[in-house]
Design a protein around this ligand. Structure first.
Ligand SMILES: Nc1ncnc2c1ncn2[C@@H]1O[C@H](COP(=O)(O)OP(=O)(O)OP(=O)(O)O)[C@@H](O)[C@H]1O
Length: 402
């Protein structure tokens, strides 16, 4: 008999509890609110998602080490009820480990996990995965190839009697618009449809918290947009708290109510997309959300002065060394105006924008500029360079790369 693609997912499906199982007091209260979604929110091809009882999941001083390797360092973070929280960070930053700890597959070496005020992992308690009321959805969807779509979804409803589970599975498939595919096998479905089946399976037990590890990474970029939008709608309708792991800043901005940015097992910054974009805590955070030019600066008379002239105001004392990040969209190349002399050394047409590389007087390396296509006439080499203050982020040099 074929086995599921990822061993760990087998238990993951089994964790999700049926609504009827309320033995540990953490169950999802769903039926009373099930029809609370307005009809206008229902799409033509699917019914609304069943409503979960949204929970608050908090990581308190969570650290994790394997042998001598420190993987997570003192993480303090909470997903609020009904919130979609994105864990964002580069490869190896600890996102998946944090998710595994939340699910109960991994037990942290220090700190505690608190679900709705109750410790579920810590010094005094360890609630096993299947008792947490937490659902998990993996990157590769982990569908069982030898089971039909309906059987795959039903697998998550182990605590329900046969008939009830069958009905619930069909209802879950209807919510994702796939009830017509119930008897098919996963390999006959497109990537987007498989993702929806995985979502139906994870959501069918009405978890109070849904954990999703890179749920869109297997989809091509066009499909991604549609599936993300559908997923977002289903999550909103269900009102479950969701934690989504991604390494894609744009995806985090699209999906997350808030974003937790991780680096080397530490929480670098937590906030809304707008906060992280406009007020990044470090050069690392800034670089995660925008393509940047980075140049040196120095404080003179309350301004940060660079080879491109003064670029920002500051209260720091004269002589402070600064790191200046300039978004590519904020480096303006013009025929004449105030600014510094520059020469375009490379130019690439990218459809709606031109990406230009420009050598600048007084700087020993070129900078890049992204401008609406055609603004700088073809063949022009000499330009005057200026900076849009909205696209400038300054950091004190000593603290620029936390
Ligand atoms: N069991 C383990 N033993 C040793 N090192 C581990 C173990 N699990 C994870 N790590 C290491 O911990 C770090 C964080 O891993 P994790 O998978 O959580 O990162 P991630 O941010 O999810 O990365 P990715 O985006 O590549 O999946 C990595 O350097 C990884 O190699």
């Amino acid at each position: 008999m074929p086995s599921p693609r990822r061993r760990v997912s087998q238990s993951a499906e089994g964790w999700a509890r049926a609504p009827a199982d309320q033995s540990d007091g953490l169950s999802n209260v769903h039926d009373r609110t099930r029809d609370a979604v307005a009809p206008s929110q229902k799409s033509a091809s699917r019914t609304s998602a069943g409503v979960s009882f949204a929970a608050r999941l908090a990581f308190e001083n969570v650290s994790h080490a394997v042998g001598d390797t420190q993987i997570l360092n003192d993480i303090n973070l909470a997903a609020e009820p009904g919130e979609i929280l994105c864990l964002l960070g580069p490869s190896g930053s600890g996102k998946t480990t944090l998710l595994r700890i939340a699910a109960g597959i991994e037990r942290q070496t220090a700190g505690r996990l608190v679900l709705n005020g109750r410790e579920i992992a810590g010094e005094t308690a360890f609630v096993p995965p299947e008792k947490r009321g937490i659902g998990l959805m993996f990157q590769d969807f982990a569908l069982f190839p030898h089971m039909t779509i309906a059987e795959n979804v039903r697998f998550g409803l182990t605590a329900m009697a046969g008939d009830a589970a069958r009905k619930e599975a069909m209802a879950a498939l209807e919510r994702v618009g796939l009830s017509g595919s119930a008897g098919l096998y996963p390999h006959t479905l497109s990537g987007g449809e498989q993702q929806r089946v995985a979502l139906a399976r994870a959501m069918s037990p009405r978890p109070s918290v849904l954990l999703m590890d890179e749920p869109f990474s297997g989809l091509d970029s066009r499909l991604k947009d549609v599936v993300r939008t559908d997923t977002l709608q289903i999550l909103r309708e269900s009102r479950a708290t969701a934690i989504i792991v991604t390494h894609d800043a744009e995806e985090a901005m699209r999906m997350g109510d808030r974003i937790a940015l991780l680096r080397d097992g530490r929480l670098v910054q937590l906030g809304t997309a707008a906060e992280l974009y406009s007020r990044p805590a470090s050069l690392f955070a800034a670089g995660f959300f925008s393509e940047l030019n980075v140049i040196d600066g120095e404080v003179r008379g309350g301004r940060v002065v660079t080879a491109l002239g003064p670029v920002a105001d500051t209260a720091l004392p004269d002589g402070t060394a600064m790191t200046v990040a300039l978004r590519l969209t904020g480096l303006r190349l013009q025929e004449r105006d105030d600014g510094v002399f520059g020469r375009i050394v490379a130019r690439r047409f990218l459809g709606s924008v031109d990406l230009m590389t420009v050598a600048i007087e007084g700087l020993d390396y070129p900078l890049r500029s992204r401008m609406r296509a055609g603004i700088v006439e073809q063949g022009r080499r000499d330009v005057v360079v200026s900076v849009d203050p909205q696209d400038v982020i300054v950091f004190e040099k000593s603290a620029d790369d936390r």
